[in-house]
Design a protein around this ligand. Structure first.
Ligand code: GLA
Length: 734
């Protein structure tokens, strides 16, 4: 009994000691919380001035609780500020994957970054920016961490600026944009994407194991060809559409990127993302400021659907050029003619655009080049003068024909590229990216121009500027990019070759910036032989992108479904073409879940197909605002189901549209059960009506009024089968 009471006294004393020492360490620390509507990212400065990430998750009710988050101990060693450093430097005490690695002017390779100060400013309503200054105590190197929080949409962007005041240049061997730390979850599940030409956006989900998983590209241009920078991380268990914690993220950069996902020895996930440092150790001159691209992310505790709707709102409000504006429906001539056309043929297609009822005719590849006419994909890139044989009266006459037909006119260009068979290549070999003394290696028979060179930037800007100067009524540009960069060498950069991949992209952005100063809103499609290039760095200048050259609608159901997690429908160009053997209805219904366009020979449509298409375009015009600006709900996934179903509901909740597509043509495959709708008001009544019904066919869904409660709890069967392969339902508040 006596022994016991001594033990009790001892334990009280120990408890008191722990408590007081813990409290004193709390007061010595500075907490930096960055909050959005649902989440908080919390950084802490410890006594040693190290800055670490202590929390990234759902916001706590009391701010004071963040200070109570404990450090990271293992076997008596305190890893706080090391594994979870907010921007991990290398060459000192960190031995895990760094965010930044430098070689100083004197050749030393160590770096330590300690907290100096921070400030938070309001950028605009609901947008705050926290800037944290870090400095090396030994070398005059300074890093500023920027954390921009978009309160309502739960999106955060992070980036850094790096500068120094050393005697000579320093080398940035690695220079990430962001260094996140996810702590306290049982497991992490990566949903990444891979692909190739015509096979873009193939998802793969795996549990993250210890060590490093790297998502990267080194293609230079057209960089997403094999792997885009966007990904998802589910926390604890794979998230579903409506349940689970999931982080969506991506880099706003149209060049080489690298994201390292490192499950550390403490079972926490370090995410380090930025420009790929492969062959890109950047020489930074004294007092030059290097700005890393933005890394965006959004965390949802209500599944993937909520994450994607937040992201869509954020991107339309803050990122995409004209994100709140309208888009143009169009008829493109690429698959209708390929390179083989003349003025007469195009005039017929322009008239067909009107007949179809679209807003615009888009003239694709093949309109330029005289010494080397562009009659195939092996010549003329770089020679942007109109081909006199095909178009003796120039582009102007086509623009006028379009105007006479009350449609707009758009044009294709690929201004970053050069064909070896071109006047430009002969005149300016020094503008071409290629290794001196090595044989040239081509991708689609072409090479890339050196956008690190300001003269090349002027030339590329001039391609666009001249087109608009000569044709002020030009309404749209399709900007293509069909080659990767082989044999990377810039004649202009001389002994700074390692800056090339970065300077190339910054050169491209300079050109796009100039274009946007003079032509702020003209719609431009970002094309890259398919989805080789889309990211939120580029969408600042572009209004939409081309997801894939593969327009087989069955393939597009899958691809557009996956793209839609990251990009809203108004950016996803979807054209009805002759790829695939499906009916015109199926092809059109699939294209309607994006920015609708056509690339078909209108005169080859039979009467009913034409009538169907004309009516579908009218229906699209009625619903387009809901599709472009509304909330998107994914009702049924194409993977593993007989049909895929997606829904859009407009922001005031009085109109919606449900697209359901068969993805399995086997015997008896179809929607045998009702599909539950989402995003409606339970107490409200809605009229459900089938639209895009093929001429002379009866609707497969009867028009009726249901309560929102019924539609969301019980659902409605769109009756999709192998023969009714797609059904479109319009939902209107009754
Ligand atoms: C790329 C594009 C196509 C078309 C051709 C023209 O492949 O993705 O849509 O414009 O170039 O050459």
């Amino acid at each position: 009994m006596k022994k016991q009471s001594i033990n009790l006294r001892q334990s009280f004393a120990i408890a008191f000691f722990i408590l007081t020492s813990y409290c004193s360490s709390i007061t010595a620390q500075e907490i930096i919380p960055v909050k959005t509507k649902s989440n908080a990212l919390v950084l802490r400065v410890n006594k040693g001035k190290e800055l670490s990430t202590i929390y990234l998750g759902e916001k706590l009710a009391n701010d004071s609780d963040y200070a109570k988050i404990q450090g990271q101990f293992r076997q008596g060693t305190d890893y706080s500020g090391i594994y979870n450093a907010a921007y991990t430097a290398s060459g000192s005490k960190n031995l895990l994957e760094p965010a930044i690695t430098v070689t100083h002017a004197d050749g030393n390779t160590s770096l330590d970054l300690l907290y100096v100060s921070h400030k938070t400013n309001t950028i605009s309503a609901g947008v705050s920016q926290t800037e944290i200054t870090l400095k090396d105590p030994v070398y005059p190197v300074e890093v500023h961490l920027f954390i921009q929080a978009y309160f309502d949409t739960d999106v955060i962007e992070q980036w850094t600026t790096i500068q120094h005041n050393e005697k000579g240049s320093i080398t940035l061997n690695k220079y990430a944009s962001a260094n996140l730390y996810l702590k306290g979850y049982n497991s992490f599940w990566l949903n990444q994407y891979h692909g190739d030409w015509a096979k873009e956006m193939q998802p793969e989900e795996t549990k993250i194991t210890h060590g490093i998983k790297t998502l990267d590209t080194k293609l230079g241009s057209r960089t997403n060809l094999f792997l885009p920078s966007v990904f998802m991380i589910s926390l604890d268990k794979p998230a579903t559409e409506d349940e689970g914690k999931v982080l969506f993220a991506g880099l706003e950069w149209s060049g080489n990127f690298r994201t390292d996902l490192e499950l550390d020895p403490l079972n926490n996930l370090r995410i380090i993302s930025g420009i790929n440092n492969a062959a890109a150790a950047y020489k930074l001159a004294k007092n030059e400021v290097f700005t890393t691209p933005k890394f965006w992310y959004t965390l949802s505790s209500k599944g993937k659907g909520n994450a994607s709707r937040n992201l869509h709102d954020w991107s339309r409000n803050y990122k995409i050029l004209d994100g709140k504006g309208d888009r143009l429906t169009l008829l493109n001539n690429w698959e209708a003619t390929y390179f083989s056309f003349d003025e007469e043929k195009l005039k017929v297609l322009i008239a067909d655009s009107k007949k179809l009822g679209v807003d615009m005719f888009l003239l694709d590849d093949g309109w330029f080049g005289n010494t080397y006419p562009r009659n195939n994909d092996d010549a003329a890139l770089g020679d942007w003068d109109v081909n006199k044989k095909k178009l003796p009266n120039g582009i102007g006459t086509l623009v006028k024909t379009a105007k006479d037909n009350q449609v707009k006119f758009g044009i294709w260009i690929e201004p970053e590229m050069v064909s070896p068979a071109s006047d430009l290549y002969k005149k300016h070999p020094e503008w071409v990216v290629k290794q001196q003394g090595r044989s040239e290696h081509y991708f689609r028979n072409q090479l890339v121009l050196d956008l690190a060179n300001p003269k090349v930037q002027d030339f590329v800007y001039g391609v666009v500027d001249n087109l608009f100067t000569e044709n002020p009524e030009l309404a749209y540009i399709k900007w293509d990019c069909n080659a990767v960069i082989y044999n990377a060498y810039s004649n202009y950069l001389k002994d700074k070759q390692n800056n090339f991949y970065t300077d190339y992209v910054n050169g491209l952005y300079k050109v796009l910036e100039r274009i946007r100063v003079k032509y702020p809103t003209v719609p431009m499609m970002l094309c890259s032989g398919g989805g080789g290039r889309v990211d939120y760095g580029a969408l600042k200048y572009f209004t939409e992108f081309w997801p894939s050259d593969n327009t087989d609608p069955l393939e597009r159901v899958y691809m557009q479904y996956e793209y839609s997690y990251f990009y809203p429908a108004l950016t996803i160009a979807a054209h009805v073409t002759d790829w695939g053997k499906q009916s015109i209805k199926y092809r059109t219904d699939v294209a309607m879940m994006g920015r609708l366009g056509f690339d078909i020979v209108v005169k080859e449509l039979n009467e009913k197909d034409l009538a169907f298409t004309q009516q579908a375009i009218k229906n699209y015009n009625v619903l387009s605002n809901t599709i472009w600006q509304g909330d998107q709900y994914r009702l049924q996934n194409p993977w593993g189901n007989d049909a895929a179903s997606v829904m859009f509901v407009n922001k005031n909740g009085n109109e919606g549209v449900v697209f359901t597509y068969s993805v399995n043509s086997r015997y008896e495959a179809g929607t045998h059960l009702p599909i539950k709708l989402k995003g409606l008001q339970a107490g409200q009544n809605y009229k459900v009506e089938e639209i895009n019904v093929y001429p002379d066919k009866k609707p497969v869904v009867e028009t009726a009024v249901y309560s929102g409660d019924f539609l969301m709890q019980v659902g409605i069967n769109p009756n999709v089968t192998a023969s009714n392969s797609s059904v479109v339902l319009k939902i209107t508040k009754a």
